[in-house]
Design a protein around this ligand. Structure first.
Ligand code: GDP
Ligand code: MG
Length: 384
């Protein structure tokens, strides 16, 4: 599964990442990656956006983890919104010397919004604290804060230690032992994500053909799930919603009985006219998704260096929204009509689609104007 270190700048995310690789390397579950290697993470581009992110990997007895650590606050924002490296769970690092800070809260909110269900807390820098009541206070405040953002504040594991001590190989009571406890807490508390094959079937429609004597065929790449010939499916989106039978599955001009996540398939649909199916719709396990016209989203507005706009936009702005294969116009609305979104901003707003699109909380999209990607976003709440 994929996890990451999140939290306020300088609270010790990178030190902790290095310390985890060090402690697990001693058990043969990782390759030690030192602080400097992690902190000079290569630049990557996702959906036009520049993000600095380090990826390390490690293994416990039961799991394989991909772990992401970003150097700057903006990199976390961009990464979480674009999903450049999806996080199925996260370790929120908070320094015992400062307690929760603005970025602690912002990362918690974003984690909640992008669909992270569970977190583990690491209260770091306990080597700097001599008063145990101080630690208790940070613990209590973190449990409160988790609850505020709809995480399970009561049961979330909180580990207190010193990432630096672990990394430097001293004071094992607050160093390496606590790292082992932390990783154990991740194993025990964070849930493994469903594999794509276990999710309900979803085929975004890319193209539609009519084959004489056979009927209508929709093509695309199966995003998740499995479909068998003869099962009932639902065609959804762009104002349509109807059920039909999947009478045939074609792959590379061969007839098959089954298609699964990752396959490019042609779906032969019983009794459906060509005009009823369009690029931008989805073919799904019946009832597994809803088509939505109004939703709330968190978006990151690209800077001009990232190919985005030079100027801010205001409520009422109407770019094109691209989500899977759908391409529809959207009107953006801020809660406060006087608000502006500047290039580089991270903002929450309401999206009003011209035509309904199948989407759900966590769905990611881009906004374009002409040939420019101007923003990328994630659905945080659906309205209708
Ligand atoms: P990040 O911005 O959250 O990635 O924080 P870093 O990992 O870069 O750490 C910020 C500073 O805190 C660095 O100077 C670290 O050496 C220091 N630091 C990290 N963990 C500890 C710790 O457990 N104890 C102490 N005293 N300092 C720490
Ligand atoms: Mg860092």
């Amino acid at each position: 599964m994929n996890i990451g270190t999140i939290g306020h700048v300088d609270h010790g995310k990178t030190t902790l990442t290095a310390a985890i690789t060090k402690c697990l390397a001693e058990k043969g579950g990782a390759q030690f990656t030192d602080y400097n290697m992690i902190d000079k993470a290569p630049e990557e581009r996702a959906r036009g956006i520049t993000i600095n992110a380090a990826h390390v990997e490690y293994e416990t007895e039961t799991r394989h983890y991909g772990h992401i650590d970003c150097p700057g606050h903006a990199d976390y924002i961009k990464n979480m919104i674009t999903g450049a490296a999806q996080m199925d769970g996260a370790i929120i690092v908070v320094s015992a010397t400062d307690g929760q800070m603005p970025q602690t809260r912002e990362h918690l909110l974003l984690a909640r919004q992008v669909g992270v269900k569970k977190l583990v807390v690491f209260i770091n820098k306990v080597d700097q604290i001599s008063d145990p009541e101080m630690l208790e206070l940070v613990d209590m405040e973190m449990r409160d804060l988790l609850g505020t953002y709809n995480f399970d504040g009561e049961n979330t594991p909180i580990i207190m230690g010193s990432a630096l001590a672990a990394l430097e190989g001293r004071d094992p009571e607050i160093g390496s032992k606590k790292i082992v406890e932390l990783v154990q807490a991740c194993d025990d508390w964070l849930d493994l994500p469903l594999r794509d094959l276990e999710k309900p079937f979803l085929l975004p429609v890319e193209d539609v053909f009519s084959i004489s004597g056979r009927g209508t065929v929709a093509t695309g790449r199966v995003e998740r799930g499995v479909a068998s010939k003869g099962t009932e499916v639902e065609v959804l989106g762009l104002g349509e919603s109807f059920k039909t039978t999947l009478t045939g599955i074609e792959m590379f001009h061969k007839e098959l009985d089954r298609a699964e996540a990752g396959d490019n398939m042609g779906a032969l649909l019983r009794g459906v006219k060509r005009e009823q199916v369009k690029r931008g719709q989805v073919i799904i396990a019946p009832g597994s998704m809803k088509a939505v016209k109004v939703f709330k989203a968190q978006i990151y507005v690209l800077t001009k260096d990232e190919g985005g706009r030079y100027t801010p936009f205001t409520s009422g702005y109407k770019p094109q929204l691209f989500l899977r294969t759908a391409d529809v116009s959207v009107e953006l609305k801020f809660d406060d009509p006087a608000k502006m979104a500047m290039p580089g901003d991270n903002v929450e707003l309401e999206c009003n689609l011209h035509s309904s699109v199948a989407l759900e909380v966590g769905s990611r999209f881009t906004l374009r104007e002409g040939h420019k990607t101007i923003a990328t976003g994630v659905v945080v709440e659906t309205k209708e």
